[in-house]
Design a protein around this ligand. Structure first.
Ligand SMILES: C[S@@+](CC[C@H](N)C(=O)[O-])C[C@H]1O[C@@H](n2cnc3c(N)ncnc32)[C@H](O)[C@@H]1O
Length: 279
């Protein structure tokens, strides 16, 4: 079992190795950002109707990875800072911003250290995209970080994989079977993952990942207990990657993956919006 310090090192190694592979992939499509100044990531394009106008807002993107969503938010007019644990991811994110002619600041830190790494700066918008919260052991502590990073009245925007979807046993194709904890657990899931979610032929050596699930009630309670107002909560029948292989199909209209069968049984992702109180 990993200690709480080990999880940062284990996951950093994992993401560092994946960053260059992701940056070279068709799925992340760096070249489209460079050749088309109006291009947005699939995730931000999906989010856009709920996101509303972000022009002129200062924004912090937690766990920004290689910066495609961060750059997309900058293109929508926000003044963006991206933060991530993985220096190799941030190197790719900086390269993308430079090649795309955008001004985006990037900061290397783990999410729980973000307020200190940013010297106590506060923002109008905290954004976090798919596949972020599962790398954090304690969702209540995350909500404290969001609270610290936001201006009074500032907005939180979360687009995430649904904890119900993450509780499903992805190895079973004979129906929907729960294989993992839905609620947050003290101990992480300790997975060996030999690949990644983009097409590639890289032989990965850093295959270990330590992750956690967080129930919807736990996430909402963490925000409500700090006085946040939940301004939106939408559950979606699609997710940006093939989360349950063999049972999903890419939906060209959405640019996301949905279930082939039983689509009404399982929420695959969600968008949560909340506002920090003006105390
Ligand atoms: C799946 S990626 C985020 C995906 C992103 N939405 C995208 O598609 O570009 C997860 C990111 O979280 C970062 N990460 C993992 N644990 C972290 C932590 N404790 N603090 C900060 N970043 C972390 C990883 O380095 C990685 O870049």
């Amino acid at each position: 079992m990993a200690t709480m310090d080990d999880y940062l090192e284990v996951n950093r190694l994992n993401w560092d190795e994946r960053a260059a592979v992701h940056a070279a992939s068709a799925e992340y499509g760096f070249d489209r950002f460079v050749t088309d100044p109006g291009h947005l990531s699939d995730v931000v394009r999906f989010d856009r109707p709920l996101l509303g106008d972000v022009t002129g807002l200062t924004g912090i993107h937690l766990q920004c990875h290689i910066g495609t969503d961060t750059l997309s938010l900058a293109r929508l007019g926000a003044r963006m800072t991206g933060l991530d644990l993985s220096p190799v991811s941030l190197a790719q994110a900086r390269r993308l911003a430079t090649d795309a002619g955008a001004v985006v600041e990037y900061v290397e830190a783990d999410t729980y250290s973000a307020p200190a790494a940013l010297d106590g700066r506060t923002f109008d918008l905290v954004y976090t995209g798919v596949g972020a919260l599962c790398w954090l052991p304690d969702i209540d502590r995350w909500a404290g970080v969001v609270d610290d990073l936001l201006e009074p009245g500032g907005r939180l925007f979360v687009r995430e994989g649904h904890p119900m979807m993450w509780a499903v046993d992805e190895t079973r194709t004979d129906g929907i079977t729960l294989g993992y904890a839905y609620f947050e657990t003290p101990e992480p899931f300790d997975f060996e993952e030999s690949g990644t979610y983009v097409e590639n032929d890289h032989e990965f050596v850093n295959t270990r990942q330590l992750s956690w699930n967080h129930g919807i009630g736990e996430i909402l309670t963490a925000l409500l207990s700090r006085g946040f107002e939940v301004t939106g909560f939408a559950e979606h029948r699609s997710v940006p990657w093939e989360a349950l292989p063999g049972r999903m199909v890419r939906d060209g209209d959405l640019d996301e993956w949905r279930m082939v069968d039983e689509a009404e049984r399982l929420p695959l992702s969600y968008t949560l919006q909340a506002r920090k109180p003006v105390r």
